[in-house]
Design a protein around this ligand. Sequence first.
Ligand SMILES: [Fe+2]
Ligand SMILES: [Fe+2]
Length: 182
Amino acid sequence: MRPTDLLKVEHDDVRGLLKVLQAVIVRLVEGRRVDLEDLEWIFEFNRDYVDRFHRGREEYILYPALKDEGVPECPLSELLAEHEITRSLAKAIRGHIEDYKQQDASSKIPPEIIEGSLSYTDLLLDHMDTEEKIFFPLADECFTKEAQERMAEKFHIFELERIGLGRKEELRELIDHLKNFY
Ligand SMILES: [Fe+2]
Ligand SMILES: [Fe+2]
């Protein structure tokens, strides 16, 4: 598998996560009961899988390699800025969920959780589309087969160091469980 194919598989996992998030938000808007632990867990998956793991592979390995191949700094720093925006947004939503948990069960869901989650979903879907339409094809073109093999190896080491052996599969299983539920 090319390194960009591995990243595309991860994008599909993220799209699965966003579908669950959207389903949870619809339930909340309709005033139906949602287990807050599920919502918390969605953002835990987000932190470990999307942020630490997937974005880490891009930020520490793919983007610098593209820069070395002569891709201008500007579009790459835009991608990094998008990572930062969504990272801060997810952190803020996690904080609102934490605050909401302290309130009594009858209190209304804060709009920051609803609106923040919807913005988060839109931003992330756009970002992944841009990567898949522009930057991944560029990477496939720029890197030789040997360079791609080296990158796939770096991806593997990064995964072990960043989230540990088996954590990715554990996160995937949990998201599949939520997909079936919501
Ligand atoms: Fe990205
Ligand atoms: Fe990505």
